[in-house]
Design a protein around this ligand. Structure first.
Ligand SMILES: CC(C)(COP(=O)(O)OP(=O)(O)OC[C@H]1O[C@@H](n2cnc3c(N)ncnc32)[C@H](O)[C@@H]1OP(=O)(O)O)[C@@H](O)C(=O)NCCC(=O)NCCS
Length: 169
């Protein structure tokens, strides 16, 4: 398995894997699959190309197949640039339990440490996503609060735990 930073050239595979994520794990992500379907490949490529000093998306590959992704974005304002955020952690179902999620998070932390002002990384995880929460705890994240009814899917509400990992003591 190889982990590398995605570029615009990965747009097609990324778009498909992201749709799979949003369709199969609706509680895990803030974006709805219908919203994602409206995104063109050009827009997806532009987002992946993005600003490498600000945001990056990692892909995990088995051969040429993308089997997992995760995105990091840092704040840029003077008062918030010590913070960054993790979004879109996903590993395709048949490849779970083999260390891909942990490898993605470890690569994210390594790359994020190259941002000079960064001190902490935050994320929100739905209380239903037990494997993800366990993965984050294993990687040093701690829960600092819970947002009740963070998402509403039809008539159903989803609570989210907010977690932080400090990069410096
Ligand atoms: C969360 C997710 C990315 C984990 O990917 P994965 O490749 O299966 O994870 P790994 O094999 O690297 O496991 C790493 C750690 O995660 C935890 N974990 C993984 N699967 C787990 C499970 N089914 N139950 C409990 N903990 C689990 C364990 O701590 C594991 O470490 P260990 O093997 O030493 O016990 C994957 O389950 C997934 O895509 N879930 C749906 C999407 C989602 O919830 N995303 C989070 C959005 S915030």
């Amino acid at each position: 398995m190889e982990i590398r930073e995605l570029t615009g050239q990965d747009a097609e595979q990324y778009w498909s894997l992201r749709l799979e994520a949003l369709e199969t794990e609706p509680h895990a992500f803030g974006m709805a699959a219908d919203e994602h379907r409206k995104l063109s490949l050009e827009e997806t490529a532009a987002r992946l190309q993005g600003r490498p000093d600000h945001k990056f998306t990692l892909g995990a590959f088995e051969g040429r197949d993308m089997i997992g992704t995760v995105t990091f974005m840092r704040e840029s304002g003077l008062k918030e640039r010590h913070k960054g955020h993790v979004y879109g952690m996903y590993v395709t179902h048949p490849r779970r339990g083999c260390g891909t999620g942990a490898a993605l998070m470890s690569a994210l932390l390594e790359r994020a440490r190259t941002f000079p002002t960064l001190e902490q990384i935050q994320l929100a995880v739905a209380t239903s996503q037990k494997a993800a929460a366990q993965l984050y705890r294993k990687c040093g994240f701690e829960t600092y609060g819970t947002e009740p009814r963070a998402l509403k899917i039809g008539a159903e509400y989803v609570d989210e735990d907010h977690m932080v990992r400090h990069l410096r003591a």
